[in-house]
Design a protein around this ligand. Structure first.
Ligand code: 7RM
Length: 635
């Protein structure tokens, strides 16, 4: 059998060329030889990006759980599929073999069936990072139900909006969830949400925290009691390639979240291909992605990609700072993690506390590091490289989106050269292009523009649930015939890509186009600056003025002095036009759970439009909003 794994830079160049010259042949080969299919496809790809309509592997029949579970049983049934690490390090970690996971998934799939769930039904999953969450997701896939995982930190309003938008009939939740020293009252939040969700007729409740909760008779049932009623024999539903696998909500610029729809075959093929090649996973490696399963990174790179590869994947219930800020490194040592994948925001947060929290932990098992979620700044990159990777682990900076389903631009660990702050090169099958503001393709090699993808790839989202028009408007209308990512991007002389930030965040100040990311980068050059976020607010003369929210490192600092130094820096690096009118120092910036700064909220504060802030409960740190708002009024 041909070896599809890229093992050298020459392999990469060759695969890339093949994937561009004949994409159908390329994916036909890989898909045929690396998965089990109940029936093969009639056509590899059919598409029309104007509609847009994309179909991969049409005519094929499959079940993704047969690829993630059943196919490993005969040879590797006793291999550990998931290492589950609890929130509290005093509780024992669990090692679940492929055989055990298969049995758990089949058994819970039968619970779903007994509770009336049928192929195509949407199932909302609102759970903490426990094993049963992974089991629930796979159990849905087993019977062809569509999972919609809602992050367990979201409010009742966000939950009910998501349940109603995709018309879920059933909710899977827990009595509560442990997160650091706190308990999230998931059942209480669910009860509140369900008051406005008439479509939900059943709630299956996992016991996790033993929190006192109300069970609504006729609607709510206990997870463990339901399990006792069924066996673990459950055939995998035969799914069409383009049947829906899951819906995952991602925030849009309007505030109404978009339910991104992913389908079975293409998603399976590309999440697996990208996992294997980016991380260069080798048999026996222990791989840990610290993301939450409520985020696309958790779907593709905790569950589907690793399990389909037969990998051992770590799932962590807790947070990086509990019981203290060395927790990540304790876990790496404890489980001898070889591949570690996290977000720049976590790296920056942990770097703040100094190397003493890293020292004393044996990190010698590590061979590959990864980042995802936002651009990684130079300083954080070097800290990660030196203190965690000890300068011997390649860092893969993986650029991708909920919408892309899998990693699009990234180094391949140990194979393609890395370059700090650059995501580097596209994966085979991915055709990035840069476009100018007029909508024309930029043909120069060294350039900066809006990042689009010119050709379909297997794991692209197919639509926004219930709103295909919005899908078209958001992603396929700015640049005809191309997928628009919403990100700005620079290309260097070697063809490496550097994501510069969202281009929705462009400010026009006195007729000059300024990227907020560019101004932030200049501010961040100051040694005392930890992070910054720049937004615009209306100005009578200039059109817009620049407002910078800045967090500082350390406390004993002369703020007036730093303000002047920041202004000088911006002046030197960009020009006087980019100088912020207001610089406000804050203790933290409002962030999403995946570490992205919520500029929408800061924009409202800057514009003094704070009556309608929208839902801020989805934030990592909602408490800073009031603080920033109060301070802003003093300016
Ligand atoms: C996987 C994920 C997508 C947005 C994307 C970018 C930003 C993600 C990187 C990055 C620079 C990276 N999905 N982004 N990864 N920017 N370098 N390596 O994050 O849907 O939640 O976000 O995140 O702006 O468009 S997401």
């Amino acid at each position: 059998m041909k070896d599809y794994r890229i093992r050298s830079i020459d392999d990469y160049m060759q695969s890339y060329q093949e994937s561009i010259q004949d994409p159908e042949q390329f994916w036909d080969d890989y898909a045929r030889e690396n998965f089990i299919w109940k029936k093969s496809w009639d056509k590899v790809l059919e598409f029309d990006l104007l509609k847009p309509e994309v179909k991969w592997f049409q005519g094929a029949k499959l079940n993704i759980t047969e690829n993630c579970l059943d196919r490993h049983l005969s040879q590797n049934g006793d291999r550990t599929a998931i290492i589950w690490e609890p929130n509290d390090p005093k509780e024992v970690a669990k090692h679940v073999s492929y055989k055990e996971l298969h049995s758990m998934v089949c058994q819970f799939a039968n619970v779903l069936k007994e509770n009336g769930v049928k192929k195509g039904d949407r199932v909302c999953v609102y759970m903490p990072m426990v094993l049963e969450l992974a089991v629930a997701v796979l159990a849905c896939a087993r019977i062809g139900a569509v999972h919609s995982v809602v992050f367990a930190g979201f409010s009742s309003k966000s939950l009910s909006d998501r349940i109603n938008d995709s018309d879920c009939k059933i909710l899977l939740t827990a009595d509560g969830g442990f997160r650091g020293s706190k308990v999230t009252p998931l059942k209480e939040i669910s009860d509140e949400a369900l008051e406005s969700c008439p479509g939900v007729h059943r709630v299956i409740v996992l016991k996790r925290t033993e929190s006192p909760i109300q069970m609504k008779v006729g609607r709510d049932v206990w997870w463990h009691k339901e399990l006792m009623k069924v066996d673990d024999d459950c055939p995998a539903a035969s799914m069409d390639a383009e049947d829906m696998l899951f819906i995952l909500y991602t925030s849009g610029s309007t505030g109404k979240p978009k339910g991104m729809v992913h389908t079975c075959a293409g998603y399976m093929v590309y999440s697996t291909y990208s996992f294997q090649n980016v991380f260069q996973y080798e048999e026996q490696d222990v791989y840990w992605c610290t993301a939450d399963i409520g985020w696309i990174t958790g779907h593709s790179y905790i569950i589907y990609g690793p399990l389909s590869t037969g990998a051992t994947t770590v799932m962590f219930e807790g947070i990086p700072s509990y019981p203290d800020v060395s927790r990540f490194w304790q876990i790496v040592e404890k489980h001898k993690v070889n591949i570690f994948y996290t977000a720049p925001t976590a790296i920056r947060a942990l770097a703040q506390y100094g190397p003493e929290f890293v020292q004393g932990h044996d990190l010698s098992s590590l061979k590959t590091l990864g980042t995802v979620g936002e651009p990684i700044n130079e300083e954080a990159w070097h800290w990660y490289d030196e203190h965690i990777g000890k300068k011997k682990c390649p860092i893969v900076d993986t650029w991708w989106q909920t919408e892309t389903g899998g990693i699009m631009i990234s180094a391949l660990a140990g194979i393609t050269p890395t370059k700090p702050t650059f995501a580097t090169l596209p994966l085979p099958g991915i055709q990035p292009v840069l476009m100018d503001e007029k909508g024309d393709l930029i043909s120069e090699l060294v350039a900066e523009g809006r990042l689009c993808i010119a050709y379909p790839w297997p794991s692209m989202a197919r639509t926004i649930y219930g709103d295909h028009q919005r899908f078209k408007d958001t992603y396929f209308s700015s640049f005809t015939g191309k997928y628009f990512t919403g990100d700005g991007c620079r290309r260097d002389e070697e063809g490496n890509y550097r994501i510069t930030g969202r281009v929705d965040d462009i400010l026009i100040v006195s007729g000059h186009n300024l990227g907020t990311a560019e101004i932030e980068n200049a501010i961040n050059e100051h040694t005392h600056v930890a992070e910054s976020a720049v937004v615009g607010y209306p100005h009578d003369i200039k059109g817009n003025s620049i407002y910078a929210f800045v967090t500082l490192k350390g406390t004993d600092i002369n703020q007036e002095l730093i303000k002047n130094e920041i202004l000088q820096l911006v002046c030197d690096l960009i020009g006087p036009i980019a100088k912020p009118e207001i610089i406000q120092f804050c203790s933290g910036l409002p962030k999403t759970r995946s570490g992205k700064i919520m500029r929408r909220i800061l924009r409202k504060i800057a514009c003094r439009e704070t009556e309608n802030m929208g839902d801020i409960s989805t934030l990592l740190n909602p408490e800073v909003v009031q603080e920033i708002q109060d301070q802003a009024l003093a300016h």
